[in-house]
Design a protein around this ligand. Sequence first.
Ligand code: GDP
Ligand code: MG
Length: 598
Amino acid sequence: TDITTIRNFSIIAHIDHGKSTLADRIMELTGLIAERDKKDQYLDRMELEQERGITIKSQTVRIPYTAPDGSKYILNLIDTPGHVDFSYEVSRSLAACDGALLVVDATQGVEAQTLANVYLALDHDLDVLPVLNKIDLPSAHPEEVCQEIEEAIGLDCGDPILVSAKTGEGVKELLQRLVREIPSPKGDPHQPLKALIFDSWYDSYQGVVVLFRILEGTIKNRQPIRMYSTGKDFEVTRLGVFSPEPTDIEELGPGEVGFLCASIKELDEARVGDTITHPKNPTQEPFPGFKTVKPMVFCGLYPVEPAEYSVLQSALEKLQLNDAAFAYEAETSQALGFGFRAGFLGLLHMEIIQERLEREFGANLIATAPSVIYEIHKTNGEVFEIDNPSKLPSPGEIDTINEPYVRMEIHVPNEYVGNVFKLCEEKRGTQKDLKYLTANRVIITYELPFSEIVYDFFDRLKSMTRGFASLDYEIVDYRPSDLVKLDILINGDPVDAMSCIVHRDNAYYRGRALALKLKRLIPRQLFEVVIQAAIGSKIIAKERNAPLRKNVTAKCYGGDITRKRKLLEKQKEGKRRMKRMGSVEIPQEAFLAAMQVD
Ligand code: GDP
Ligand code: MG
């Protein structure tokens, strides 16, 4: 392929601004997807992605394009996820691009993720073309949005590209602008091979599949390759491109994007950010690599039935093969028995993994409330991290506890500023900045403890701003806080899986609220159930559920057969999510109760 005809680009956008729809339209207008194969959001392959309408893993597709003047191009569209949890994936996909289309919803304007994504793109020296989408809608106000783009981002928006990804209007013109304004890659086919791995995943038939972009040199099928960081050699067994289905190819040159298989058994042997080179003539300058991402949110995952432990274990193993950002290890809880501690990038990532475990692997799970990492400084000088509140040493041994803080930017219409302040203050936040994006849209910057966001921050923000707020955050550092462990006892037994770490000022209030919440969530049993909250040996709250009288259940079983069946059905449903502890049956929701009290 002539390198001057190649364009490697991403589409970046705030969630719901129309990235996937635009990708579909581009594939359709270039004839890549025939009318009969048309399916909305072609790139969002995983079932879960389709349902939630978000892109989780990035996908890449090679699109042959013939411009109106007859010249032919190869467009490599490198998809990126739009959610804040996955910004590391955005970053590595952008490293394979030379330009980006910045899609902004012309009815909404610039949002928090628009800015975050543009900064990532500019970090990678990409040429960014602003595209105003949804101009078919009467509420579109492209002129003002252009002004926002110029003022908030500093991008020239003098000659904006106006499109409707839905109707296809303007998309032909967009493609012409794209090949004109996004530069072609540079690279020399005669230099030693240097290719960047920007994604890799495990496929049960082919082993590890590697997505790469060639920076210098060429790759041929069946040639030997070396992974720069490990020095391990492999032989290419399959070379191809996604167009959109995998298509075999004999050779790829500089600037090109493709995939390869090379009998690689473990994901670790084809790390994202690593450089592929030739063993005989290795490059002297590898790609600098990426920061390895570290899980920031942790929770316990336990099988409902102890016998299902191995099912859960093999499901976790399989999931990890496709998601290097997800980590887990075996853990034992006094209350829940044998299970796992799992680490995630953020809350959405956690939800997605939990859902996939249940949906794709049929695992019945009890998940505990999420926790962040705390840095413990003991009085004896020891320093270590814990990802499980129950691991906190006793108060006498602790000198200080440091917790992670985030810097958060919230974009919100004027009238909700007061509500955002109120929420952030309640969450122990400190205001850092307030800027007007336009006359009635504000960017508020706060620093606040990450643990406060892990609970119900997003839901609360959404409801307090009627869904108009958007946000972006990053972890900045660890800071000392006056934190204590709140324990829950049921009939006198501590339930380690329900312990949580809270600020001392909120401990009493939260303890009482949590005990009350648990009283409501734990169904009455045939005997009395006493629920207590404690800090150390001090009981701070106590609730009791009176015993159930036997005839209450007996009565239900009278009636006709369908009602009885329904009742049994319902019971089974409930059982799935019940965990027996001692003699008490505790529903899944009770383990998440700490997330909902405020
Ligand atoms: P993404 O999250 O950026 O990938 O956004 P999607 O492509 O999933 O689009 C979000 C929603 O906006 C979907 O309901 C689309 O149908 C809708 N949408 C996308 N582009 C347009 C457009 O040009 N006009 C209209 N009216 N709706 C659009
Ligand atoms: Mg999408």
